[in-house]
Design a protein around this ligand. Structure first.
Ligand code: TMP
Length: 205
């Protein structure tokens, strides 16, 4: 089972995943958490280039390709083998982030972006994708207040991040059988409980 968590900046995915993993392990599942970009030595090195504030001149096409390079490696080296062994893989972001940020955010041709994503993943699609949805201003404020790592992507304009969120919501509409939306603008415990419920429901189906 391949589960991915998506969302705009500050939506809280990263803080929820370890607790979901622990919950599922207690239920007896073999679970492997990972994140994008990253999760392998090569992909983490690419992450550093992508997020480094000194790379402000990076062109959107360069950015798009680097995310795909990092992704191709983690799919082959980590995700595919673990899924083949019957494990649950939970990824903090996956290819929907590319469609949202590089496609909708940078307003690149969606058709081109989708073709690149397909090439990078070899067509591997998640079984379940959860959108932790949150107002952009609230999310960016959360990131500043919590002094979370501020990276090159965060520094794009609020308009860019609004297009990202709108893009996610369009993707949910287009593929409702794969997506579940969870409102992240509520108490952390309520969000965690809803995430657990959605995952348990999917595992039972
Ligand atoms: P995060 O670890 O805070 O989620 O940072 C990842 C950043 O990278 C976030 O701003 C979203 C961005 N990103 C893309 O723009 N495209 C992608 O394909 C992925 C995986 C992430």
């Amino acid at each position: 089972m391949f589960i991915t968590l998506e969302g705009p900046e500050g939506s809280g995915k990263t803080s929820h995943i370890p607790h979901l993993v622990e919950f599922l392990r207690e239920k007896g599942h073999i679970v492997f958490p990972t994140r994008e970009p990253g999760g392998t030595s090569i992909s983490e090195q690419i992450r550093d280039i992508l997020h480094d504030m000194k790379n402000a001149e990076m062109h959107p096409r360069t950015e798009t390709l680097l995310y795909q390079a990092a992704r191709a490696q983690i799919v082959e080296q980590v995700i595919q083998p673990r899924l083949a062994d019957g494990e649950i893989v939970i990824s903090d972001r996956y290819y929907d982030s590319t469609i949202a940020y590089q496609g909708y955010g940078h307003q690149q041709k969606l058709e081109d972006v989708r073709a690149l994503v397909k090439y990078a993943t070899g067509g591997l699609t998640p079984d379940l994708t959860i959108l932790l949805d949150l107002d952009i201003e609230v999310g960016l404020k959360r990131k500043t207040q919590n002094e979370v790592e501020w990276n090159r992507m965060d520094a794009y304009t609020v308009e860019f991040h609004k297009r990202v969120r709108a893009g996610y919501l369009e993707m949910v509409k287009a593929e409702p059988q794969r997506w579940v939306v969870v409102n992240s603008d509520q108490a952390w415990e309520s969000v965690q409980a809803e995430l657990r419920r959605v995952i348990v429901e999917k595992l039972a189906s």
